[in-house]
Structures are given as structure tokens and as C-alpha cells.
Write a protein that binds this ligand. Structure first.
Ligand SMILES: [Zn+2]
Length: 113
């Protein structure tokens, strides 16, 4: 049975994929985020990267969190909306646009990190 072991040995040597690499999971992982609207978004991250605590919901743009029972948007959206409505009554649309722009800039800055 010396020929059998010779074939087995050559197969392992010629294969580009080692058995231990095969059993490892794909180098990406899926993280599920929940937004206050009730969307669940599956975001893929590189396995070695740490997932951020919040992620903007791809469907509605609200901040989404890892905890489905307590999405971050729910805490902020209600007082924020009423505050913005209050601000709009007193300020011009130009100021509102500026506030929105600042908020978007913060989001972009966070994504860049
Ligand atoms: Zn959403």
C-alpha cells in the first residue's frame, strides 16, 4: 500500500488550499443593525474590522444600532423632530439647511474613520 500513501502525499502538496484554511470562516462577517423605523439591515464588515455601534440605515437614513430592543434613533428622533419644527418657526430655511449640512458632515466624518 505504498502507492496509496504516495498519491495522498502528492495531492496535499499540489493543492493550493490547505485543509486548515478550508475550515476557516469567510473573512467577512455580517452585522445586523436595527433602526427606529423597524428596518433591519445586514451590513458586511471585514472580519478583522470592529463593527461600529451605530450605522446609518440604508433605507431611511436614521441611525441604526446593534440592539433591536433599543435602536438609537428612537431616543433622538422624537425630541429632535419637535425641536427642528420649533427652530423652523423661528429661523429661516437657510439655517435649517445649515444644521442639516452640519449633521451630514458629522456622519461623513464618522464614516471616514
Ligand atoms: Zn430604517
Amino acid at each position: 500500500m505504498s502507492s496509496g500513501s504516495a498519491i495522498r502525499g502528492s495531492r496535499i502538496g499540489s493543492s493550493p488550499m490547505r485543509p486548515d484554511e478550508r475550515s476557516e470562516p469567510a473573512p467577512r462577517r455580517e452585522v445586523i443593525y436595527h433602526c427606529s423605523t423597524g428596518h433591519t439591515s445586514r451590513i458586511l464588515f471585514a472580519a478583522e474590522a470592529s463593527a461600529p455601534e451605530t450605522w446609518d440605515c440604508p433605507r431611511c437614513g436614521q441611525p441604526a444600532g446593534l440592539d433591536g430592543q433599543n435602536p438609537p434613533g428612537r431616543l433622538r428622533s422624537e425630541p429632535y423632530k419637535s425641536h427642528l419644527a420649533y427652530v423652523k418657526e423661528r429661523r429661516s430655511d437657510e439655517d435649517a439647511a445649515k444644521i442639516l449640512e452640519e449633521a451630514l458632515a458629522k456622519v461623513r466624518q464618522r464614516r471616514g474613520e
